[in-house]
Design a protein around this ligand. Structure first.
Ligand code: SF4
Length: 77
């Protein structure tokens, strides 16, 4: 557990999917691009993986505790 989340704002399409499914973890900045909110820290890794997978732009980036990027499509079959 303990993944951290970052948004690739250059890729975000402002679809709002992450905000809709996890409003405590994701919001919009002033440019209507997704941003990570403090609540993301309390989301289970499995949930973060599912949210990252559902992003149409693959703009939700996950990192493990060693700060290595995690491939959300490599974890769940
Ligand atoms: S789901 Fe992806 S594209 Fe949609 S708002 Fe979130 S980060 Fe941006």
């Amino acid at each position: 557990m303990g993944y951290t989340v970052k948004i690739d704002k250059e890729s975000c399409l402002s679809s709002g999917r992450c905000v809709a499914v996890a409003p405590r973890g994701f919001g919009f900045d002033d440019d209507q691009l997704a941003e990570v909110l403090p609540g993301a820290a309390s989301l289970p890794d499995e949930r973060l993986v599912a949210i990252a997978r559902s992003c149409p732009a693959s703009a939700i980036l996950l990192f493990d505790q060693a700060d290595n990027e995690v491939d959300p499509f490599g974890l769940i079959d």
